[in-house]
Design a protein around this ligand. Sequence first.
Ligand code: PEP
Ligand code: MG
Length: 594
Amino acid sequence: MEILRGIAVSSGVTIGRVLVMAEDSRRVRRRVVRAEHVPAELERFEQARTRAIAELGAFAKQAERELGVEAAKIFQFHAGMLGDEHMVGPVKALIESERVSAEWAVHRVFGDWADRFRAMPDSAFTTKVNDIDDLARRLVDQLQGERRQSVSSARHDTVIVARDLTPSQAAAFDRSRIIGFATELGGRTSHTAILARALDLPAVVGCSDLTLRAAEGAMVIVDGDRGQVIVEPTEEQLLAYRGEIEARRSRRVRLSESADKPAITSDGAEVSVVANIEFPEESQAVLEFGGEGVGLYRTEFLWLTRSSEPSEEDHYESYAKCLRGLKGLPLTIRTVDLGSDKYTQERAETPERNPALGMRSIRMGLSDLGMFRTQLRAILRASALTARESLGPVRVMFPLVTNPSEFLHGRYLIKDVMEDLAEEGVPFDPNIRVGMMVEVPSAALMARSFAKEVDFFSIGTNDLVQYTLAVDRTNERVAHLYNPAHPAVLRLIREVVKAARAKKIPVSCCGESASDPEYAVLLLGLGVRTLSVTASAIPDLKRVVRGVSIGECERVARKVYTLDSDQQVSAFLRDRIRKLMPDGPDGRSGGPLE
Ligand code: PEP
Ligand code: MG
């Protein structure tokens, strides 16, 4: 038995068997075959190609079932590439001309393709390099019959163990077989972690040496609440954790029964609890968990689950699906927030030295107006559904705004797109609300100026903490320094709330910290009345709101304001929540595992 400590990123406990995803493709050595074996080598390649195409087809179907047509397209595109003679013809030619093994021929030919694409000045080619690498790896896997990297071989109750996982890898998991994951790298607010919560998969990240300690096939417990991974647990640990899983299951049933109960504090303040989503299919979960709408739809997943840029129709279909799924509840669509950790640098047109401070979010939108206008057109077209089908309102917001000019430019583009649509006779909501994320200190400090222009604010603590404290949100080595309870962050939030109140515009918080009971109490005390969190966190959060009074929350905020360090604030909040909610924020005070 061994306990490995990491960072708890997605709540829940799971017990399963380890499947290790190897970090990079295995090294392929050049091997020459005898002349009489060349036809067999060609046949081996053909069979591997057929199997890989079938595997991709199955992935596409599964992705479509679980995550929708958008997610399926990436696999369909890969299958198409493997069916293309231009791609695979040179592999067969090399096997014949140099009498080399099929593995080596794939490695060489696909490697050459990737190099040539990488060197092209046009981004349409450079963005394909990852796809080519991925396909080469898949073919070599098939040829070697080795599936270490392929989660398609996962059995039921599989726990994925990897050095790191990208959001698109996590999005492709078959949830009927993969029940959790743990990685060596990553932070609590990385997008893979956010996705784990959206997929409701218990997860722990930042577990050093994990891939060395957790052997393929080993029994493992992933404790996504305490941030630990137990390899080859003892009988007692298994018993205790099985009890915990059962208790959680019945608690969930109980909570879902009261999901529709409103979040009103004991002294009568109404709090709106809405959801953060990444895929339109999640709108169903939003309703099931009692969410009152979507406060943040991260549309960048439209790009992350495909190899090419989404078309206007791709955008429109997703937004319409989401809005219809919400059955009359509001939908806040955030425009493209690519860059930083979400858009890997290998995939980027021009790799950046410091992507978190580089061409990301609204900067990217404003530098590629064609792409941006396509998205805005689709959002505006979807906004017409509100009146036409009696659905909830659509709102739009811009990410990572640092200067008023960026917001004004974005809003001007919306007006301009509206004029185009009006000329074409295409309907839209002319009164669509346009807001911004407040997730950099400059925006928070200038909230009063911004408040004159925007229809609403949404505070994104994930980035606000990163940029205020200079701590990379995805880096496990500095995770101990990443604390939303830092007094500097709290002062910025207070500024934003004050500015919003003065102008009577709505302000919400959509960072991950909004679902932390202690922090939610503080946010209420600071004046925030809308909290936007992962759908599955909604019932617990509503319960917390019902269990406190605004008077108490304000007292907490006032006290916190006198404290000088994040440790003091965190300790005070922990102590306070214990007093305010003696049963524990989630209604279960302790247990055999505490
Ligand atoms: C945030 O930064 O707090 C936020 C909600 O946006 P994202 O996590 O997508 O960067
Ligand atoms: Mg952000």
